[in-house]
Design a protein around this ligand. Structure first.
Ligand code: BES
Ligand code: ZN
Length: 871
């Protein structure tokens, strides 16, 4: 019995009115805010059409058209809707006065309070909680905003665009007027009012325009803003150099907010960030977090063009801005740092999260056809798979054509709201200026947007030693909902080939094969008279987001693990071997010879790589995540998989103990360098600590406790991680030290909450209850909730305990969170997505807990996800 109403892509109709400009006036009072909105409205049609505006808990005080109050027969309103029956048929002004209550708004959507400051979050549909409005992304308006408030309580008053005026009023009040010259949809509106301190900087664009950069933070946090500012300037420069895109306003403002559902938001000229993604230096954030912050700052900045100047026609086009912008931020990080390593990181994320999503009940296409709550569609499929689709386009077209295509898209759609099809069509048009040369199969490529699920590719080889030809057959299988149709995807496959005797030199360099039929063969010839079956390296750089099955042998993978010159493929070969070993161990078919060969391969790798590439080495040594191990089994026993993956690390730690010890001493000299330098060495030390601590190395345990007070958060957190599975006195000591050091810093303290919630305590649930009742725990901060409750889901033995208590506890907490913050709850409930894949006992218990949530009085956001999970 679904009570949920869905929105369908096929129902899209243009809005019958334009709203070229909107004037907003905010009067911030003691316990409410009065909002006046004056919209200039232009009917598109000749005949009169009802004007329907959306709202969410709006109290309407007055309504007039062209200065004349409407009488009650002329309109209908409820807190959620305003309908004007017979609006004028030519341009008119609609003026509304209404009241909202941001002080009791816990949803973190619309206008709300965070640590004494008022702030907004309007994407996707939060603007309707501020005033009645169509609140859809294809309505673009020029916004002028006046804000008035008490001078002491709210000294800083911000909105989008450039400052036009500021002045004092009676009664200790003041006002500021902001004007944004670029038409924008309502989801990009932002307002901030509060006691904030400003850190300023400047940037000069390529064409010589001076931009004021301003970061707004709470008192005491000024010292943590340098990394964000440096990152922003790098992003501005990169977008000029690589895409030829400059910033367009006079000011770029970023506000750090403690209570925020997401990571960050690209509001035009006034980005709002979760404080954990702004406030950071090497003492408070790990190297990975610094890189993440750099990329999120870049991501929101890049949206200024891909998202803001060109926006989405409707929310089905979400990947148009998010997929493209993730692709852009990934390329940025790749250019700035190490492209091979970045690819490994991105693929690992995609496989652990997007592939998992795509196997489960919330699987959907990059361009879905239907949704209930749009907030539920900010998924790793829209984002990361969306980015992979753009990456395939770059590979298929070549960098030069791709850039030409993107520039053409931007020129064509600047200032408008576009669709994914607009994007692909204009990209191809711009890439192939001369149509006759266009070999691109647009129709087939679009299947990537319309089909859900991860395609599978089967690869079989045969070797003709007489002719020195390697024949490779490829077959693609798409898990389509349209099983009666023959869906074919365009799957770009980068490959190369190695001669076994040639000591690791490729005999065929990177080439591109395009699998665009269900079955297709590839002939690799002219191998210089090669006599031995060569080693094939395919899907280099992870050239398409698919799963592949090949007839490569264990020896082939061992060879590639040692010799492949593509970072991703080399790493992937190691991952395949490790998955194989762990799987055999779980199935009680220990393959000793494989273990032996793999350990030798690791030793050889350590010898050949140690000095020059710690970052690659630490990645090669990292074991596959649990989400990558689970699909190897028909019925998943989560505790067993977790334990065996620990056993595997103990094994490695024991077998290469000596090598790891020596290695860690050799790289120690470099670990004090400043990020991004020294990052590889720090990561490698962390990896080594994890292995050695598990292998029972007492010296390492002591080193770890000492590292807690070091000036590098990377080292401190690596130490915590290494001690975590042990549940030893050192674990306790390290955790307490960390807490004492950071108890006054809420951003850092969240990582302690997550640590405590996820480490294997004897009395799991009691510990979680204590954390939730901790004086430093803030129920209204999603970061804190995710740390403790999300952390608990990683506490494998407690969460998955077969009495079902862990699941039940989780269900109760999700129901509680849902009451105050449905967006956060509906994301957390996905923890239960995989229930059907577990062994019977866990499956039954998890099912009961999901039913419990389903029976509770929950939001429609959470209900949508729960119903999908139960289906
Ligand atoms: N536009 C989103 C933020 C957003 C999404 C706000 C959904 C409200 C609802 C922003 O550009 C974004 O994508 N942020 C990501 C981080 C990014 C680097 C992928 C986020 O917040 O997680
Ligand atoms: Zn984004």
């Amino acid at each position: 019995m679904s009570t949920n109403k869905s929105t369908k892509l096929s129902d899209y109709v243009e809005y019958p009115f334009l709203i070229p400009s909107i004037y907003l006036d905010f009067d911030i009072c003691v316990d409410l805010v009065e909002v006046q909105s004056s919209m200039i409205i232009e009917p598109k049609l000749k005949e009169s059409s009802r004007l329907i505006l959306q709202g969410n808990q709006i109290k309407l005080l007055s309504i007039s058209i062209n200065g004349k109050e409407l009488n009650s027969e002329e309109y209908y309103n409820s807190p959620d809707e305003l309908i004007i029956f017979n609006p004028p048929i030519s341009k008119f002004e609609l003026k509304l006065i209404s009241q909202i209550d941001p002080f009791r708004n816990t949803s973190l959507e619309g206008l709300y309070l965070s640590s004494g400051m008022l702030t907004t979050q309007c994407e996707a549909e939060g603007f309707r909680s501020i005033c009645y409005h169509p609140d859809r992304p294809d309505i673009l308006s020029n916004f002028t905003v006046r804000v008035e408030a008490d001078r002491d309580l709210y000294p800083i008053l911000l909105s989008n665009g450039n400052k036009k005026y500021s002045g004092n009023l009676n009664n200790n009040r003041h006002e500021i007027v902001w004007d944004d010259p670029f038409p924008k949809p309502s989801y990009l509106f932002a307002l901030v009012a509060g006691k904030l301190n400003t850190v300023s900087d400047k940037y000069v664009t390529k064409s010589g325009r001076l931009i004021d950069i301003k970061i707004y933070v709470e008192t005491g946090d000024e010292k943590y803003t340098q990394h964000a500012i440096t990152s922003l300037k790098k992003a501005m420069k990169w977008d000029e150099d690589v895409y030829g895109l400059e910033y367009d306003l006079d000011e770029y403002k970023i506000v750090a907010v403690r209570h925020f559902n997401m990571g960050a938001m690209e509001n035009k000229g006034l980005n709002i960030f979760n404080s954990k993604l702004v406030l950071a230096d090497a003492e408070t954030a790990t190297d990975d977090e610094l890189e993440r912050i750099e990329s999120v700052i870049a991501h929101e900045y890049f949206h200024n063009w891909t998202g803001n100047r060109i926006t989405c026609r409707d929310w089905f086009q979400l990947s148009l801005k998010e997929g493209l912008t993730v692709f852009r931020d990934q390329s940025f990080t790749s250019d700035l740092h190490n492209s091979g390593i970045k690819r490994i990181e991105d693929v690992s994320f995609l496989r652990n999260f997007q592939f998992t999503e795509d196997k489960g009940p919330t699987s959907h296409a990059v361009k879905p056809k239907e949704y209930v709550a749009i907030d539920n569609f900010y998924t790793t499929t829209i984002y990361e798979k969306g980015a992979e689709l753009i990456r395939m386009l770059e590979l298929l077209l070549g960098k030069e054509k791709f850039m030409r295509g993107i520039n053409f898209y931007i020129k064509t759609f600047d200032g408008s709201a576009a669709t994914t099809e607009d994007f692909i069509n204009s990209l191809i048009k711009g890439a192939y200026l001369d149509k006759a040369n266009c070999t691109f199969n647009l129709t087939k490529f679009l299947n990537w947007y319309y089909e859900r699920g991860t395609p599978k590719v089967y690869v079989n080889q045969s070797w003709d030693s007489k002719k020195s030809i390697l024949n490779v057959s490829f077959e693609q299988k798409i898990n389509s909902d349209k099983s009666n149709e023959n869906i074919e995807m365009v799957i770009p496959i980068l490959y190369s080939c190695y001669g076994r005797e040639k000591g690791g030199e490729p005999i065929v360099e990177d080439k591109l094969f395009i699998l665009d039929k269900n079955k297709k063969n590839l002939q690799i010839n002219a191998l210089n008279g090669e006599k031995d079956f060569p080693v094939l390296s395919i899907f280099r750089r992870f050239s398409s987001p698919v799963i592949w099955e090949t007839d490569l042998s264990i020896d082939d993978y061992l060879f590639l693990f040692l010799n492949d010159n593509d970072c991703f493929s080399r790493w992937d070969s190691g991952q395949i071997l490790m998955r194989e070993i762990i799987k055999n161990n779980i199935n009680k078919h220990v393959n000793y010879s494989l273990e032996y060969s793999f350990i030798n391969a690791i030793k050889e790798t350590i010898k050949s790589l140690e000095i020059n590439d710690s970052l690659l080495l630490s990645n090669l040594l990292t074991i596959p995540g649990l989400a990558e191990l689970e699909p190897l089994f028909e019925k998943v026993d989560p505790i067993n998989i977790y334990k065996e993956s620990l056993n595997f690390q103990v094994l490695i730690g024991n077998k290469i103990h000596q090598e790891l010890r020596v290695l860690s001493e050799n790289i120690l000299v470099n670990i004090n360098q400043q990020w991004p330098m020294g990052r590889g060495e720090r990561k490698l030390i962390g990896t080594i600590w994890s292995y050695l601590a598990l292998a029972g190395d007492e010296g390492v345990k002591k080193d770890c406790v000492e590292a807690i007070v070091s000036s590098s958060m990377t080292m401190a957190r690596s130490a915590l991680r290494a001690l975590k599975p042990l549940d030893s006195p050192e674990t306790e000591e390290a955790s307490n030290l960390f807490y004492d050091l950071w108890k006054e810093n809420p951003v850092v303290l969240d990582s302690w909450f997550a640590y405590e919630a996820s480490r294997p305590h004897k009395q799991g649930i009691n510990v979680i209850e204590k954390l939730l009742a901790h004086s430093k725990f803030d129920w209204k901060a999603p970061n804190a909730i995710r740390a403790v409750i999300g952390g608990f889901s990683k506490n494998i033995e407690s969460f998955h305990s077969i009495d079902g208590q862990g699941y039940l506890f989780m269900a109760e907490k999700i129901i509680e969170v849902d009451k105050i913050n449905p967006i956060t709850a509906s994301r957390m409930v996905k923890i239960f997505s995989k229930w059907k894949t577990y062994i019977d006992k866990n499956k039954e218990e998890m099912y009961k807990s999901i039913l419990k949530i389903n029976k509770a009085n929950i939001s429609s956001n959470t209900r949508e996800v729960v119903e999908l999970i139960l289906k």
